[in-house]
Design a protein around this ligand. Structure first.
Ligand code: ADP
Ligand code: ZN
Ligand code: MG
Length: 652
């Protein structure tokens, strides 16, 4: 039951899993493809051989003497002579020499001394012609040349077909991973298009990241009027690297630059190459740049650059060259190979600039970096305004208030929030989307979907006391984040939740504030102790949070007089307990006891406050048991408390 939901970890990379083992799954899939293709070709081959060749089941081969005998018995109806080959039809079925097959279709080879085409002239033949005439056999002669051709075709055709098939297939396989269909072979494979994609996105669609937008207006200007900038011999940056957490709007921003400048936008996602067949990434990069130059001025967008651009030094490699490295090298080659005056600008996006290969950041490549940060409160309101453009809103909707409650959410989350609210309103048959719909949608986005689990009345009451404890302390302690919502609806992993969100985004935390966070996080446990005398396992995540904050106060922020103003290295705030210690055992003991002291002081303070305000605690629980979820106004109404004034200096 977390007291405050943590913002999404910006260090999480969404393609992490796919990157872990780039080779194996791909090899497997490709192998199957070859096998199937080989099988298909083999079958086609056999069919063609059967259809084309005269050796199909119904034609039997007979000796020349047998043929002549059939003629003399008058059984042969017609023949077709092709060189020394005779094919014919009999009136009644004859039996093949080995017995078994019976057919009216037969074929035979004429011995050279009996060649029907020369028989009459050299007289050496057995006068087949006369014989045929005598028994009224219909004779058709065919050019022997066509025979030769047919023979060649018959013998080599299937082989040629087989080879051709393989060539096509290998091309197809190569291109398929590049996104082009089976017909795409041979041509460029960038996800574009002859004309390039000309996005209709503009800067008006991008909100809340004004600094980044401003930095990119220069790029837009250059693309619009390249001459203006190069007139005096200056060069414009070739490459711009957008750095920011997932969902902050990097892709959107790159498209908006193309849209503003009205130039073609050619994009690839570097993560595609991680699983690709070796050589594909480099080939696609080459094609992409070639196309971009032919369409200049234009924008090449490389998404998820870190997928191929990770520092080569930091990786354990078995082979020397692999797909990532080849792709990366090709990108570097292409970027070196053109002049920025050609009007091609490369924009790349990554959420980890720190892992990128140094070669990418060298001058003349991605030397310009634009940081796209998570939006602040005003920014979130602006982003919400962009996304509600097509949504029918109730008059009671206060986007600024929503922005205030959504600390830590980025553009993509906010778009999702608006969408969830609209869907929720629709499912409730509302005429428009209300503030309440937004509130419920936010709860869903932040905490997960409601779970319907069976709970005993005792459990519900215990959970209600726990959450009411968090909420009441959040209200009572000066300097805490305002309590926005309390709920005992089970969602995702939690059984209940108290949402506290700051009035403003803070980048600086005074000690009071951190202590207030610890105290209200311990509030759930404290309430359970006061009411029931025992605590449950539900408080585990609260304790993790408390411990993390307290350790950082002591080891990073110098908030313990005994330990002193020392920063013991970066514990990243993630897990201070497992971080490498850079201090002595004596100091470690001191740190532990100081952490202990801070937490104990907060627990005592929390228990004292809850005991003093037991009446309000009970009121909150009573309301929660009936209403499940209380919003800020209702919380204040039930407890009769006012929002704690935010102390001057608390927010930054
Ligand atoms: P990133 O590439 O940084 O991961 P995206 O550009 O793909 O993020 O963002 C996904 C979607 O979220 C966008 O298409 C847009 O609808 C919305 N979005 C993200 N950031 C913003 C923003 N700053 N302003 C408006 N919408 C945004
Ligand atoms: Zn809790
Ligand atoms: Mg993106």
């Amino acid at each position: 039951m977390p007291a405050t939901p943590q913002p999404p970890n910006p260090n999480l990379r969404t393609d992490q899993n796919r990157q872990q083992n780039p080779q194996q799954p791909n090899r497997l899939g490709f192998g199957w493809g070859w096998l199937i293709a080989f099988g298909v070709l083999l079958v086609v081959n056999i069919i063609i051989t059967n259809v084309l060749s005269s050796n199909n089941g119904s034609t039997i081969t007979i000796p020349y003497t047998e043929f002549k005998q059939q003629v003399t018995t008058g059984n042969v109806e017609s023949i077709t002579v092709t060189g020394d080959q005779i094919q014919g039809t009999t009136r009644v079925e004859i039996t093949a020499p080995g017995g078994g097959t019976r057919s009216k279709q037969f074929q035979t080879v004429v011995p050279s001394f009996a060649n029907p085409t020369t028989a009459g002239q050299n007289g050496a033949g057995d006068n087949l012609e006369a014989l045929l005439e005598q028994y009224k056999v219909q004779v058709t002669a065919q050019e022997p040349s066509s025979n030769t051709l047919l023979t060649i075709l018959l013998s080599f055709g299937p082989t040629i077909l087989l080879i051709g098939g393989f060539v096509l297939l290998s091309r197809y396989a190569a291109r398929a991973s590049g996104g082009a269909g089976i017909l795409g072979f041979g041509k460029s494979t960038a996800r574009v298009i002859s004309e390039g994609d000309r996005p209709s996105t503009t800067f008006a669609d991008v909100a809340g990241i004004d600094d980044a937008k401003e930095e990119l207006t220069e790029v837009v200007d250059f693309l619009r009027e390249p001459q203006k900038y190069t007139r005096l011999g200056g060069t414009v940056p070739k490459g711009v690297l957008l750095v920011g957490a997932p969902g902050t709007g990097k892709t959107l921003l790159a498209r908006a630059v193309a849209g503003e400048a009205k130039v073609p936008f050619l994009s690839i996602s570097a993560s595609e190459f991680v699983e690709a067949i070796v050589g594909i990434g480099a080939a696609r990069v080459r094609d992409l740049f070639k196309q971009a130059r032919s369409l200049a001025p234009s924008i090449v967008f490389i998404d998820e650059l870190d997928a191929v651009g990770r520092s080569r030094a930091s990786q354990v490699r078995i082979g020397g060259h692999d797909e990532q490295e080849q792709t990366l090298n090709q990108i570097l080659t292409e970027m070196d190979g053109f002049d920025s005056r050609e009007g091609v600008i490369v924009i790349a996006a990554t959420n980890r600039a720190d892992v990128l290969d140094e070669a990418l950041l060298r001058p003349g490549r991605f030397d310009r970096r634009v940081y796209v940060s998570a939006p602040d409160r005003a920014g979130r309101a602006a982003i919400l305004r962009v996304h509600v453009r097509g949504v029918k809103l109730d008059t009671d909707v206060d986007l600024d208030a929503i922005a205030q409650q959504t600390t830590g959410l980025v553009g993509a989350d906010l778009r999702n929030l608006v969408n969830e609210a609209a869907l929720l309103a629709a499912s409730r048959n509302h005429e428009s989307v209300s503030q309440a719909d937004f509130g419920d949608a936010l709860e869903k986005v932040q905490l997960g979907t409601e779970r319907h689990i069976a709970q005993s009345a005792d459990d519900r009451e215990r959970i209600a006391y726990h959450e009411a404890g968090h909420a009441l302390l959040g209200l009572l302690i000066p300097g805490s984040d305002p309590v926005r919502r309390v709920s005992i609806v089970p969602r995702g992993k939690s059984l209940g939740a108290t949402i506290q969100a700051p009035v403003d985004d803070r980048s600086n935390y005074p000690e009071d504030y951190l202590r207030a966070r610890i105290t209200s996080a311990l509030g759930g446990r404290a309430a359970e102790q006061i009411v029931y005398g025992v605590v449950t396992t539900g408080a585990e995540s609260d304790l993790q949070q408390v411990t993390s904050i307290a350790y950082q106060m002591v080891t990073r922020f110098g908030m313990s007089d005994k330990v002193g103003p020392i920063n013991f290295g970066d514990t990243d705030g993630q897990n201070p307990l497992s971080a490498q210690r850079t201090y002595s055992d004596a100091t470690a003991q001191l740190v532990d006891s100081e952490v202990r002291r801070i937490i104990d002081e907060c627990i005592e303070n929390g228990k004292r406050l809850l005991t003093e305000h037991r009446g309000q605690l009970d009121d909150l629980v009573a309301a929660l048991l009936v209403e499940d979820t209380l919003d800020q106004a209702r919380i204040l109404e039930v407890t009769g408390l006012a929002v704690q004034p935010t102390r001057p200096g608390v927010t930054v």
